[in-house]
Design a protein around this ligand. Structure first.
Ligand code: HSE
Length: 409
C-alpha cells in the first residue's frame, strides 16, 4: 500500500480525496498497489466526509510520518505552500501540486531538490486543469524540440470573451455573469489581468525551453481594455479575440514570452475554443502542430490530473529525468520591444489615410456597423513592438488610440 497525504481540502483537495475513495480498485490496478489517503491537512473540520478521522491541523503529522510516500499540495498561494513542499521533499517524500503560482515562482528550485532527494515533484494539474499537457510535453513529445506554444490558459477570461463575442455582452456584464456562475472569484484580478495565464505560460515555457521563465520577466496584459467595438471589427475581419499566453523561440537564441489579448484567425483552432474551456497549440519540430483541448478548471478535472501524477509516482523508483528545467538568469526572455506581430488599431480624431500610410505603411482598413465618421480601424503588417510605438508617436496628440490588439501570427 502507498500512503498519500493531502495538504488542503478545498475544491481540488476534496476532489482528490473523492477520487482516491471512489476509485480504489481501478487505481490500485493502475498504480500496482493500493493508494490510501492517510492524512489530510486543513484548519477546518469536515465531519461529514467518510475520512473525517484522518484530518489534522499540524503539518508535522505529515512531515514526521515516514510511512507517507506522496504528498499532494492543494492549498494554493505561495506561502506556506512553498515551505511545506520544500520540507516534504527534504524528508524524501514526492510531491504533487496543482499550485501554478508555486511552480511558476519556485519550479526550478523544487525540481532540483526533488532530484537531490531522488523523489518527484509533479504538477500536471497546474496548467490546463484536466487536460494532459505537462506529461505529453516531456514524455510523448520527447523526440521533439518545442518551438512555439500558444494557449488559452484561463477559463474565466475565455468565458467573458465568449459572452462578448457571441452574446454582445459588455465586459462588466460578462464578468458579473462569470462571478454569478462561480467561474470568476469575487476578486477577479488574477484572472482578468492575465496573472493566472502568465503563471501557466511560464510553466509551459520553462518546460519547453529547459530554463526557468519567471512571471516578472513576462509582459502581461489582461482583457479589461477589450470593448464590443474591438470584438465587432475582429468578427467582421475573420478573427476571434482571445487571451493568449505565448512562448516562442526566437532566432537570436532568446525567447518571446507574453500574455495578451490577441486576434486569432478563424482558421486557427484556438479561435473555436470557447466558454470556460482551455486550449493549447504546440508547434514541435517532428510532429508539427499538436492541439490540446479540455476543461482547464473545476474539482474533478483538476483532481484527475493530480491523481494521474500520484499513479505515475507510485510506479517510479527514481526522479523523472525528463520533467525538469534549469534555473535561469535574465537571458531567457527577450525584451518586449523585440517581439514582432501585426497589430489591430482603432483610432479617433483627425486622421487621414495619408497620415496612416505615413505612420504605418500599408494597412488593411476595417469597418463595422455603426462606425462613427471620426473612427478609423485597421490591421498593420508585421512590426516590432518598438516600431509600433514609434508609429503611434507619429500620429500626434490629436489622434486618440481607442484600441490596440496584437494579431496571433
Ligand atoms: N481561475 C482559473 C481559470 C482556474 O479561470 O482558468 C484554473 O487555474
Amino acid at each position: 500500500m502507498i500512503k498519500v497525504a493531502l495538504m488542503g481540502h478545498g475544491v481540488v483537495g476534496s476532489g482528490v480525496a473523492q477520487l482516491l475513495e471512489e476509485k480504489t480498485e481501478s487505481l490500485a490496478q493502475k498504480a500496482g498497489e493500493p493508494l490510501y489517503c492517510a492524512k489530510i491537512l486543513d484548519l477546518r473540520d469536515f465531519p461529514q466526509t467518510p475520512y473525517a478521522d484522518r484530518f489534522t491541523k499540524r503539518v508535522e503529522d505529515i512531515l514526521e510520518d515516514s510511512s507517507i510516500r506522496i504528498v499532494v499540495e492543494a492549498m494554493g498561494g505561495l506561502h506556506p505552500a512553498y515551505e511545506y513542499v520544500k520540507a516534504c521533499l527534504g524528508q524524501g517524500k514526492s510531491v504533487v501540486t496543482s499550485n501554478k503560482e508555486l511552480v511558476a515562482e519556485k519550479g526550478a528550485q523544487l525540481l532540483a531538490l526533488a532530484k537531490e532527494k531522488n523523489v518527484n515533484f509533479f504538477f500536471e494539474a497546474s496548467v490546463g486543469g484536466g487536460i494532459p499537457i505537462i506529461r505529453p510535453m516531456h514524455l510523448c513529445l520527447a523526440a521533439n524540440r518545442i518551438d512555439e506554444i500558444d494557449g488559452i490558459l484561463n477559463g474565466t477570461t475565455n468565458f467573458i470573451l465568449t459572452k462578448m463575442i457571441q452574446d454582445h455582452m459588455e465586459f462588466s456584464d460578462a464578468l458579473a455573469l462569470a462571478q454569478q456562475l462561480g467561474y470568476a472569484e469575487k476578486n477577479p484580478d488574477a484572472d482578468v489581468d492575465g496573472i493566472d495565464a502568465c503563471r501557466k505560460i511560464c510553466i509551459l515555457a520553462s518546460l519547453a525551453f529547459g530554463k526557468h521563465v519567471y512571471p516578472k520577466e513576462v509582459y502581461t496584459e489582461g482583457i479589461r481594455g477589450i470593448t464590443l467595438e474591438d470584438v465587432s471589427y475582429a468578427q467582421r475581419a475573420g478573427y476571434a479575440v482571445k487571451l493568449i499566453g505565448k512562448a516562442k523561440r526566437l532566432p537570436n537564441g532568446k525567447n518571446e514570452v507574453l500574455v495578451s489579448p490577441a486576434w486569432v484567425p478563424f482558421s486557427n483552432q484556438l479561435s473555436r475554443v470557447d466558454d470556460v474551456f482551455n486550449g493549447v497549440l504546440l508547434r514541435a519540430d517532428a510532429t508539427g502542430d499538436v492541439m490540446f483541448y479540455g476543461k482547464g478548471a473545476g474539482k474533478l478535472p483538476t483532481a484527475s490530473a493530480v491523481v494521474a501524477d500520484i499513479v505515475h509516482i507510485a510506479k517510479s523508483s527514481q526522479t523523472s529525468q525528463s520533467l525538469t528545467w534549469k534555473d535561469s538568469n535574465a537571458d531567457t526572455v527577450a525584451p518586449l520591444s523585440e517581439y514582432r506581430h501585426a497589430f489591430y488599431y482603432r483610432l479617433r480624431g483627425a486622421v487621414s489615410q495619408e497620415k496612416i500610410a505615413e505612420g504605418w505603411g500599408m494597412v488593411q482598413n476595417l469597418d463595422r456597423p455603426g462606425r462613427p465618421t471620426d473612427e478609423v480601424a485597421f490591421v498593420t503588417g508585421v512590426l516590432s513592438e518598438q516600431q509600433a510605438i514609434e508609429c503611434e508617436r507619429r500620429m500626434g496628440k490629436d489622434v486618440q488610440i481607442l484600441g490596440k490588439i496584437r494579431l496571433l501570427g
